[in-house]
Design a binder for this molecule. Structure first.
Ligand code: PHB
Length: 561
């Protein structure tokens, strides 16, 4: 898995040629977080005077967490990785936690699924995943190989969809991962549209970052890959209409790519790739055997783009400015309101809302025009937003660098765990998540949280029990009576003295994908008390899991186990 996660990125050693000015450190003054942007470091010195410093710092915190192993760092690790003062890190992370974008567990800061709403805003505005991902998935099924969709991100490529085969030797990148164009198959296809200044920037980046440290998702570049190679590959791609990656990233990994063109402009909208391994296909063999089928699939994708109905703008998310104001009231100094307000600007974008004027951004977020304007200036500086010639703003693929790659691999048990732990601590009983086995006859526990009063210790993650005998199983089997009632309560059926109550967990389409339960000593509460006291808390927990799942599952298939 190329999800290389060192913190050792270009931003730290200054190797990035692109204006990756995302680490506004505080070498000197631990500036008051709400103060206007002060040029306290080289990174901030180049920021426009109107940029919002706490917003830049919040972005830096999210990026460092995204690059970290498992999307988590300790507070002191974050302090080191960003160069920010500890008190600033504390306030920024408290604010992000309040927004549901990170979780604070003691001294550890972990990215939380809710953060995916930022990347979702970009992907929804782009529309390509909604229109094309089912074609990519069908092609992956047909070929039994991984298929991906990527867009250009300056002189890199960034994945916007992955239809991944689960098999050994199968490498795959994550949605949001950024790769250097020249080490990929899609790269030369995008480069056919590069201007002289794009090429200039690319040469400069290659010279200043010889190990590709600005691309933590790939292993370091081997020495001795001349710039001319990519120029030749680009010329061939222009002539052929396809391109190959013959183990440019790492040994064994091969890919074949074809551009998907925007029917209106004729320009490359995204690139579709079939990814394989040399144990199954050599690169020339991949082209010979799979190019016709990849081209046929791309032709249907281009048809889909041609015939797509106009986008449906959803309602803008109301009340965000009010929410940030209330949080400030409640948390005081610990809540960095300018960070929270700034981040809400990204969520103003979405399907049918891909290019917004300043007025539209202000209206969608409820922010004052001046506040929205400064946030947009900040994002433009950070490369997350670009202005268009007709005075609107659009999100860039770089928005996916705010947490999306690690979070796109979050499984349902991982989503549920913090909620199960919170519930167990709250009701002082053990809580569980379970799914139905393939046969439908058993349940399998996939996450658990227990309190000191351990009961039924023989149940651990992975344990299977007969579905019909358990509250979890009855909810999952959706017996008509249980479905109408919305929960199942099982009394001493499985084990003497054990009572448990369970409710279903639905995905964004309304399908029951799992169940959550609380198990307790029958002696401790009557059935009626269980229904009155435990059930509402359990339902609330299921609601929290469902809310996270709606965000996480919008453009990603969340693994159920
Ligand atoms: C992918 O993982 O989807 C991938 C990898 C390398 C490429 C193209 C696509 O050159």
């Amino acid at each position: 898995m190329p999800a290389n996660t060192t913190n050792d990125t270009a931003a730290h050693d200054g190797a990035a040629a692109t204006p990756d000015a995302d680490v506004p450190t505080e070498a000197t003054a631990p500036a008051e977080a709400e103060a206007p942007a002060e040029a306290v470091t080289p990174a901030e010195a180049v920021a426009p005077a109107e940029a919002v410093a706490p917003l830049l710092r919040g972005i830096a915190v999210l990026r460092r967490l995204t690059e970290a192993d498992g999307g988590a760092l300790s507070l002191s690790g974050l302090e080191r990785a960003t160069g920010l003062a500890r008190s600033t890190v504390d306030r920024l992370t408290a604010t992000l936690a309040r927004m549901g974008y990170v979780r604070l567990d003691g001294r550890d800061v972990t990215l939380a699924p809710r953060l995916m709403e930022l990347g979702n805003a970009y992907l929804a505005a782009l529309r390509l995943p909604a229109l094309l991902s089912s074609r990519a998935d069908a092609l992956a099924d047909e070929l039994d190989e991984s298929v991906s969709l990527a867009v250009a991100d300056r002189d890199g490529i960034r994945f916007i969809h992955q239809a991944t085969r689960r098999r050994a030797m199968s490498l795959s990148f994550r949605i949001g991962d950024l790769l250097p164009a020249e080490r990929t198959a899609p790269g030369p296809l995008f480069a056919t549209e590069w201007t002289r200044s794009d090429w200039h920037r690319w040469h400069e980046r290659r010279a200043t970052d010889p190990k590709d440290r600005a691309f933590p998702a790939v292993p370091p570049r081997e020495p001795g890959t001349p710039d001319e190679d990519f120029e030749h590959r680009t010329a061939s791609a222009a002539a052929d209409g396809w391109a190959l990656d013959d183990q440019l990233i790492e040994p064994g990994l091969v890919a074949l790519s074809v551009p998907v063109r925007d029917p209106r402009t004729g320009r490359v909208a995204c690139v579709a790739s079939v990814v394989s391994h040399t144990s199954r296909h050599t690169a020339p063999d991949l082209r010979a055997s799979l190019l016709p089928r990849l081209r046929a699939a791309v032709a249907t994708m281009e048809d889909d783009l041609r015939t797509a109905p106009p986008p449906h703008p959803g309602p803008p998310r109301a009340g965000l400015a009010t929410w940030t104001g209330a949080s400030k009231q409640e948390l005081g100094r610990e809540f960095v309101e300018s960070l929270a307000r700034g981040l809400t600007v990204l969520t103003a974008f979405g399907e049918g809302r891909s290019a917004l004027t300043l007025t539209e951004v202000a209206k969608a977020t409820g922010l004052a025009r001046a506040t929205a304007r400064r946030a947009l200036i900040t994002y433009e500086h950070a490369g997350l937003v670009t202005p268009t010639p007709d005075r609107t703003f659009t999100l860039t693929p770089r928005v996916l660098s705010l947490g999306f790659p690690p979070l796109s691999r979050t499984s349902l048990p991982e989503i549920a765990q913090p909620h199960l732990t919170a519930l167990a601590n709250h009701v002082h009983e053990s809580t569980s998540l379970a799914v139905l086995s393939d046969s439908g006859e058993e349940i399998q526990y996939t996450a658990r949280a227990s309190t000191a009063r351990v009961l039924s210790a023989r149940v651990t993650v992975g344990t299977r029990l007969p579905a019909h005998a358990t509250a979890l199983g009855r909810v999952l089997l959706a017996l008509p009576e249980i479905r109408a009632q919305g929960y199942a309560l099982v009394d001493e059926e499985l084990e003497a003295g054990l009572r448990s109550v369970a409710v279903p967990v639905h995905d964004r389409t309304g399908r029951v994908v799992a169940a959550v339960s609380v198990a307790m000593h029958a002696a401790r509460r009557t059935t009626a008390a269980c229904e009155a006291e435990i059930l509402p808390e359990l339902s609330r927990t299921a609601g929290h899991i469902e809310a996270d799942l709606r965000v996480a599952g919008r453009f990603v298939t969340v693994p159920p186990t």
